[in-house]
Design a protein around this ligand. Structure first.
Ligand code: ZN
Length: 139
Protein backbone atom coordinates (compact mmCIF):
# COMPACT_ATOMS: atom_id res chain seq x y z
CA UNK A 1 0.00 0.00 0.00
CA UNK A 2 1.42 3.36 -0.98
CA UNK A 3 1.97 6.02 1.65
CA UNK A 4 -0.70 8.27 0.19
CA UNK A 5 -3.25 5.45 0.25
CA UNK A 6 -2.44 4.71 3.88
CA UNK A 7 -2.86 8.36 4.81
CA UNK A 8 -6.11 8.50 2.86
CA UNK A 9 -7.36 5.45 4.76
CA UNK A 10 -6.55 7.01 8.14
CA UNK A 11 -8.38 10.22 7.25
CA UNK A 12 -11.43 8.40 5.92
CA UNK A 13 -11.54 6.13 8.98
CA UNK A 14 -11.65 9.13 11.32
CA UNK A 15 -14.17 10.86 9.07
CA UNK A 16 -16.53 7.90 9.01
CA UNK A 17 -16.02 6.94 12.67
CA UNK A 18 -14.97 10.12 14.45
CA UNK A 19 -13.69 9.65 18.01
CA UNK A 20 -14.90 11.69 20.97
CA UNK A 21 -17.90 13.26 19.33
CA UNK A 22 -20.66 14.61 21.58
CA UNK A 23 -23.87 16.57 21.26
CA UNK A 24 -22.68 20.07 22.14
CA UNK A 25 -25.86 21.81 21.02
CA UNK A 26 -26.13 23.19 24.57
CA UNK A 27 -23.17 25.46 23.76
CA UNK A 28 -24.21 28.76 22.21
CA UNK A 29 -23.54 29.45 18.55
CA UNK A 30 -20.81 31.84 19.65
CA UNK A 31 -18.81 28.70 20.41
CA UNK A 32 -19.13 27.43 16.87
CA UNK A 33 -15.98 27.94 14.83
CA UNK A 34 -16.60 28.19 11.12
CA UNK A 35 -14.59 27.81 7.97
CA UNK A 36 -16.92 29.50 5.45
CA UNK A 37 -14.76 28.77 2.40
CA UNK A 38 -15.44 25.05 2.91
CA UNK A 39 -18.56 24.94 5.09
CA UNK A 40 -16.87 23.37 8.11
CA UNK A 41 -18.26 24.09 11.56
CA UNK A 42 -17.08 22.78 14.91
CA UNK A 43 -17.73 23.19 18.61
CA UNK A 44 -15.22 21.93 21.16
CA UNK A 45 -15.64 21.10 24.81
CA UNK A 46 -12.71 20.19 27.05
CA UNK A 47 -12.90 18.72 30.54
CA UNK A 48 -9.86 19.95 32.49
CA UNK A 49 -8.97 18.77 35.98
CA UNK A 50 -5.76 19.65 37.82
CA UNK A 51 -4.40 21.31 34.68
CA UNK A 52 -4.79 18.05 32.76
CA UNK A 53 -7.15 17.49 29.84
CA UNK A 54 -9.35 14.56 30.83
CA UNK A 55 -11.57 14.72 27.80
CA UNK A 56 -11.87 16.57 24.50
CA UNK A 57 -15.27 16.39 22.84
CA UNK A 58 -16.27 17.84 19.51
CA UNK A 59 -19.47 18.40 17.62
CA UNK A 60 -18.92 19.31 14.04
CA UNK A 61 -19.76 18.90 10.45
CA UNK A 62 -17.73 19.49 7.37
CA UNK A 63 -15.27 17.90 5.04
CA UNK A 64 -13.23 14.78 5.73
CA UNK A 65 -10.12 16.81 6.60
CA UNK A 66 -11.87 18.95 9.21
CA UNK A 67 -13.65 16.04 10.90
CA UNK A 68 -10.62 13.72 10.81
CA UNK A 69 -8.36 16.44 12.18
CA UNK A 70 -10.73 17.11 15.11
CA UNK A 71 -11.02 13.38 15.80
CA UNK A 72 -7.27 12.82 15.78
CA UNK A 73 -6.69 15.94 17.88
CA UNK A 74 -9.13 14.71 20.53
CA UNK A 75 -7.24 11.44 20.82
CA UNK A 76 -3.80 13.03 20.88
CA UNK A 77 -4.52 15.70 23.48
CA UNK A 78 -6.55 13.63 25.95
CA UNK A 79 -4.33 13.09 28.98
CA UNK A 80 -1.98 15.96 28.14
CA UNK A 81 -1.50 18.87 30.52
CA UNK A 82 -2.94 22.20 29.37
CA UNK A 83 0.59 23.53 28.87
CA UNK A 84 1.58 20.51 26.76
CA UNK A 85 -1.59 20.81 24.71
CA UNK A 86 -1.02 24.51 24.03
CA UNK A 87 2.52 23.77 22.83
CA UNK A 88 1.29 21.01 20.52
CA UNK A 89 -1.54 23.18 19.18
CA UNK A 90 0.87 26.02 18.41
CA UNK A 91 3.34 23.68 16.75
CA UNK A 92 0.63 21.92 14.72
CA UNK A 93 -0.69 25.23 13.43
CA UNK A 94 2.84 26.36 12.52
CA UNK A 95 3.48 23.09 10.67
CA UNK A 96 0.20 23.37 8.76
CA UNK A 97 0.99 26.95 7.74
CA UNK A 98 4.38 25.82 6.49
CA UNK A 99 6.17 27.81 9.21
CA UNK A 100 7.66 24.78 10.97
CA UNK A 101 9.20 21.54 9.79
CA UNK A 102 6.58 18.97 8.88
CA UNK A 103 8.63 16.15 10.44
CA UNK A 104 6.98 17.21 13.72
CA UNK A 105 3.84 15.44 12.48
CA UNK A 106 5.64 12.11 12.69
CA UNK A 107 5.77 12.43 16.49
CA UNK A 108 1.99 12.59 16.66
CA UNK A 109 1.03 9.21 15.25
CA UNK A 110 -1.87 9.31 12.82
CA UNK A 111 -1.64 13.08 12.42
CA UNK A 112 1.11 12.41 9.90
CA UNK A 113 -1.80 11.61 7.60
CA UNK A 114 -2.44 15.36 7.35
CA UNK A 115 1.02 16.12 5.95
CA UNK A 116 -0.38 16.26 2.42
CA UNK A 117 -2.68 19.12 3.41
CA UNK A 118 0.23 21.55 3.85
CA UNK A 119 0.48 21.95 0.08
CA UNK A 120 -3.15 23.12 -0.17
CA UNK A 121 -3.62 26.46 1.62
CA UNK A 122 -7.43 26.31 1.35
CA UNK A 123 -7.47 22.94 3.12
CA UNK A 124 -5.09 24.11 5.87
CA UNK A 125 -8.02 25.98 7.43
CA UNK A 126 -10.02 22.74 7.43
CA UNK A 127 -7.22 20.99 9.31
CA UNK A 128 -6.58 23.76 11.86
CA UNK A 129 -10.20 24.78 12.58
CA UNK A 130 -10.78 22.46 15.54
CA UNK A 131 -7.29 23.12 16.91
CA UNK A 132 -7.97 26.83 16.96
CA UNK A 133 -11.33 26.14 18.61
CA UNK A 134 -9.64 24.13 21.38
CA UNK A 135 -6.99 26.80 21.77
CA UNK A 136 -9.72 29.37 22.43
CA UNK A 137 -11.51 26.97 24.79
CA UNK A 138 -8.36 26.47 26.88
CA UNK A 139 -7.82 30.21 27.32
ZN1 ZN B 1 -13.09 21.69 5.03
Amino acid sequence: MAFDDLYQEIILDHYRNPRNTADLSYLSEENAHENPSCGDSVKIHAVVKNETIEKVEFDGKGCAISVASASMMSELLTGKTVAEAKDIIAEFQAVMRGEADSSALDRWGELAALSGVIDFPLRVKCATLSWHALEVTLE
